[in-house]
Design a protein around this ligand. Sequence first.
Ligand SMILES: [Mg+2]
Length: 392
Amino acid sequence: MKITAIETQVCHARMRNWVFVKIITDQPGLWGWGEATLEWHTRSVVGAIEDLSQLLIGEDPRRIEHLWQMMYRQHFWHGNGIVRGTAISGIDIALWDILGKIHGVPCHELWGGRVRDYIRLYCHLGGGKMEDFYQTRPDDASRFGELAQKAVEDGFTAFKSMAVPETMPLEGLQPVYYAEACVKAMRDAVGDSIDIMVDCHARPSPRMGMLFAKALEPYGLYFFEEPCWPESIEDIALIQRAVKTPIASGERLIGIHAFREMLEHRAVSVIQPDITHCGGLSEVRRIAALAEAYKVAVAPHNPQGPVSTAASIEFGFATPSYVICESVHSDVPWRTEVVSEGFTVEEKGRIVRPNTRPGLGIDIDESVVKKHPFQQEVLQRTFYKDGSVGDW
Ligand SMILES: [Mg+2]
């Protein structure tokens, strides 16, 4: 059995271009789907996959680990984030889809079988843009309460928000009061039985991240995400030690070595590998095994397209420390037209029941993909009020 072609298919989905990877074999009707969506770097990813495919054409798709090692270690350069992370991930996910199809079982059955009956999903409320902060009075955060209530009405028992505004490396009390007011509004709206998460997008400096973490501690967040740059692992660890709120991070980390460092520093209670960037299903399973030794929870980052979601779900059904999965349900109205999924979502409680189809259990309708060709993503330009560059 041989790989005969590796294609990328780009599908513009409002905020991002989904990059689907299709690996075709010499067996009639046997192909696999992967995803390598990397916002604002779409053309680079497509090129990186074309480069890597030169290594793989003619190889046996069943030798996934062997091919992963080739992609990572051959060509001398271990690659930057786009090659080492996203391009390898997209190809690796498609290879696992093929292997499941060859054996006629869902991917999670290849990895030791199902470890749970269902997976809980959470949604994202958004928020946290600079304009929110400057146009909203710190004592008027009711909009967050309304969004929270809507998420619960939609069946979610957990949601995430960006209640922490963009801040310069040091600011006074206003943004801290604003974040606190937003979280209070959400807690008041939904009560204590719903899990609330706050994502800082790693925008605060370590000191501002600490101030936000302390201010939000009384509200019992399920987790507090990326309170400062993921490169500042020692600072994340300081925040983790300073508050009882579980700290989460890792969506931008690539490879097991980066997660090892985060775990060794006891920096987080939750790791958030992104399967389309961290090295694919092969690498995320190694990362989860490492996290298991520290008894750290796993909650994958998953705001991309439907192949990423299917991969995150298959991974969750075979991973003991997996606690919850990010989900996108309202990015584009035609999301359900582009994919047919093997798992089912129960609206009440927003839980996923296992996929019963082979591989990732998905089918991509390529005619729908073609209707939404590449478009330049809206550029994310963030500047502080003095004109200096900020983090989005
Ligand atoms: Mg995040």
